[in-house]
Write a protein that binds this ligand. Structure first.
Ligand SMILES: *[C@@H]1O[C@H](CO)[C@@H](O)[C@H](O)[C@H]1NC(C)=O
Ligand SMILES: *[C@@H]1O[C@H](CO)[C@@H](O)[C@H](O)[C@H]1NC(C)=O
Ligand SMILES: *[C@@H]1O[C@H](CO)[C@@H](O)[C@H](O)[C@H]1NC(C)=O
Ligand SMILES: *[C@@H]1O[C@H](CO)[C@@H](O)[C@H](O)[C@H]1NC(C)=O
Ligand SMILES: *[C@@H]1O[C@H](CO)[C@@H](O)[C@H](O)[C@H]1NC(C)=O
Length: 314
């Protein structure tokens, strides 16, 4: 098709076509490489350093919640998901070998993150997905395997995807490649309800992190993780949450050091979990998540909301 187009036109337009193709390839390459790393967003830089040792007032997340924070990408849908019992399945390799699949599938709603698959891991992670929370940096990987992530319903009824990211990338006014991909996917797999987080709500996630860690966003040098968004959304929509595969905040700093475990259960040769956590927690420059700080907040929330942790239990 491309060739016949070139044949019919002069050498000038041939050049144009070639330049166009090269430009497109470069753009795709840059997009791909910038999206294959961590799910980070320079838009959010909540704080620098560790959590100060002073009393921090806990925000009432049930009141903080609001359906208006999520907009349907396609169609007239609203984010009305409410569940009594939720299973929040993390992407950590701590879930492997636990045989928690049937227990997870027995929950009313099952929440997963990014491109964590179920196929091939059913025994340990189950096979249902009610809600998937996807970072802007994981959109391409999710779109590449529609059968696994998109063309599915949960027990024949609705399931949802929430995409989070900086408004410049996934917001209504964003007209870039990423937003168009999200739109296309939402139209094609319309049995799945796709939402994006509004800029206003993104800002609320940001200030929530500041409030919970007592750190000034202006001095920030770190980024929120998909785990942060997912935990907050789970607290909003679930009366009870059972979290699978999340280690306690102290796990990676205890002595002797815990044995090496892959960061993601579906990437057995990927980076070690504790190495990733510690490097991110101590990082001063560039894109860093504060996984350990986030878990300290989760541990505090667990005392206020009905959250339990299993595999490992804590
Ligand atoms: C959208 O759906 C709601 C109820 O689900 C309905 O009240 C409203 O009229 C619908 N709007 C449009 C534009 O279809
Ligand atoms: C999910 O697992 C259950 C058993 O735990 C099985 O009955 C069901 O067919 C599986 N569904 C899919 C879509 O794999
Ligand atoms: C979704 O999966 C069904 C089979 O389960 C298939 O018939 C259908 O063509 C798929 N839809 C898309 C858009 O790929
Ligand atoms: C949506 O779900 C219905 C019934 O569950 C099914 O018949 C239909 O093929 C699905 N549509 C798509 C696009 O997958
Ligand atoms: C905790 O669970 C109980 C019973 O399932 C429920 O009534 C209560 O509202 C839940 N508390 C919170 C804070 O969600």
């Amino acid at each position: 098709m491309g060739l016949s187009l070139v044949d019919k036109q002069g050498p000038q337009s041939q050049k144009m076509v070639i330049f166009g193709a090269i430009f497109l390839l470069m753009t795709l390459l840059i997009l791909y490489s910038s999206n294959s790393g961590n799910d980070i967003s320079p838009f959010y830089r909540p704080f620098r350093g560790s959590v100060p040792h002073r009393a921090i007032k806990v925000t009432d997340l049930k009141k903080w919640a609001g359906k208006e924070g999520y907009v349907a990408v396609y169609g007239n849908k609203s984010m009305t998901l409410h569940c009594h019992h939720c299973a929040l399945v993390t992407s950590s390799s701590h879930v492997l070998g636990g045989g928690a699949g049937p227990d997870i599938d027995a929950a009313q709603c099952v929440i997963r993150m990014n491109d964590a698959p179920t196929t091939g891991f059913e025994r340990d992670v189950g096979n249902r997905t009610t809600l998937r929370v996807v970072a802007h940096s994981s959109v391409f990987r999710v779109a590449r395997r529609p059968g696994e992530f998109l063309n599915r319903t949960d027990r024949g009824s609705h399931s949802a995807v929430i995409f989070w990211g900086p408004p410049s990338k996934i917001g209504r006014d964003a007209r870039g490649t990423l937003y168009r991909l999200i739109q296309r996917v939402s139209m094609t797999y319309s049995n799945l309800s796709s939402f994006t987080i509004t800029p206003n709500k993104m800002h609320k996630f940001d200030t929530l992190f500041q409030k919970e860690t007592g750190r000034d966003r202006a001095k920030s040098q770190s980024w929120l993780s998909t785990g942060w968004f997912t935990m907050v959304i789970a607290i909003e929509m679930c009366d009870n949450i059972k979290v699978y595969g999340m280690v306690p905040p102290s796990h990676c700093v205890k002595r002797p050091q815990p044995k090496k475990m892959p960061y993601h259960y579906y990437k057995p040769r990927g980076p070690d979990e504790c190495t990733t956590y510690l490097q991110n927690e101590r990082g001063r420059k560039g894109p860093h998540h504060r996984f350990i700080t986030e878990k300290q907040v989760f541990a505090r929330w667990a005392r206020h909301y009905n959250i339990t942790f299993t595999h490992p239990r804590w």
